[in-house]
Ligand binder design. Sequence first.
Ligand SMILES: [Ca+2]
Length: 198
Amino acid sequence: MNIINKIKPSILLLFSALMFIACTVDDEGDELLEEAFLSNGNFESGQDKWIFYPNGGTAEIDNSLSNGKGSNSAKIATNGSSNPGIKQERIGVGVINPGDIIQIDFDHIGSVAGDGGIVNLILFIERAEGESGAPITHIFEPRPILSENWTTYSQSYTIPNNAIVTGGISFLIESVCGGDSGCIVNANIDNVIISINP
Ligand SMILES: [Ca+2]
């Protein structure tokens, strides 16, 4: 056996080991991303992962309306001075960093009547629990415009390079009526997706 034949199995073994390490890291990374970002964006698991805030209006699972597969969406509705909303908190801790682009997409359907009714998408860049300082709060514009057809809303925000993101991100989708009498907002939300550096 010459020297090359002796070395070959060792090289092959080393190569296999490196591939194994590379694949393991990659798989863990993918799992981490899935866990960290957003679960149940289609509401097919009900309120799981979400916080529903009626805030004087209606915030509930609507199992009669879904866009695409499944049967559920989130209904956020108000007919008075209130701001019912749905929120996911502190997702992407340790994964989302300063400078990252956060893209949020969701589908909406519904209507606004009277004056003063809007739908807000608000992003919070969070500090760790107990860490002093205020989160960055970003209200996306232009806001979603409700209509009788499902429409996809897509917005992105670049986290400033000097931001503190130790608590990940939170986001809130809310229907809002101010003080105008006759204001009504009926919105259904489905298929919420968050992409990092899309
Ligand atoms: Ca759905």
